[in-house]
Ligand binder design. Structure first.
Ligand SMILES: [Zn+2]
Length: 223
């Protein structure tokens, strides 16, 4: 097996960094510092993700890049950080999109959206994505291209207090502007009820008529 080059390792790590940001940050999995021994371990495992890699092979490559690194590289630290690595002696990064089951169970008790005490923590609980459209903070908007996605504090239910943290969901500027206060969102950020009448105004005459019939039926006699 030809050892991965420095470039290949850096590419592997960059890929993992991206996956980590969108899939693992919400679970609290820790990303090793770029250029560290653990970062190289992880990059080696991802480069050879199709097969288990013996720990001696990992150590050899880490020491090629970092001559001062310990001769016996310990992959278990990565496991402790939450990475879904299987095997003993030989290791494989089986699934970079999910934390190890043990780690996930541990974190599930400690985390939760309502535990978030800052907007940064809340954003992390949503994978640093817009709750409504999934645009990733700091990356180009998938629908409009260009620019970089900025996440604002959107209001899940415009009827509820705007300063209640339980009423905040991260939304990209586009969604926040587009939906205004017209909708109530569920806790996954999907619009599920109208709050303003603009969506009714924009509806076709046929739909407006259906709404009118519905309202007559349900509100009849109430007022
Ligand atoms: Zn959005």
């Amino acid at each position: 097996m030809t050892q991965p080059t420095r470039d290949e390792l850096e590419r592997a790590f960059a890929e993992l960094e991206r996956i980590h940001r969108t899939h693992l940050v919400p679970h609290g999995v820790r990303l090793p510092a770029p250029g560290s021994a653990r970062a190289f371990q992880l990059a080696v495992l991802w480069h050879w993700r199709d097969r288990p890699v013996h720990k001696n092979e990992i150590s050899e490559i880490v020491r090629r890049e970092l001559p001062d690194a310990a001769p016996d590289q310990q992959v278990r630290h990565l496991k402790r950080d939450g990475w879904n690595i299987t095997g003993r002696g030989s290791h494989q990064l089986a699934d970079p999109y999910r934390p190890s089951p043990e780690f996930a169970n541990e974190q599930a008790r400690r985390r939760g959206r309502l535990d978030a005490s800052t907007f940064d923590e809340l954003k992390a609980a949503f994978g640093n994505r817009c709750a409504t459209c999934g645009a990733v903070e700091g990356e180009p908007d998938p629908r409009y291209g260009g620019g970089t996605t900025v996440l604002d504090q959107g209001h899940q239910d415009p009827a509820k207090p705007a300063d209640d943290p339980a009423n905040i969901i991260p939304q990209c500027a586009n969604c926040n502007r587009q939906y205004k206060d017209d909708f109530v969102f569920d806790d996954k950020g999907r619009a599920y009820a109208v709050h303003g009448i603009n969506p009714v105004r924009r509806a076709s005459k046929a739909v407006q008529r259906r709404i009118l019939d519905y309202l007559r039926e349900t509100l009849e006699g109430e007022t």
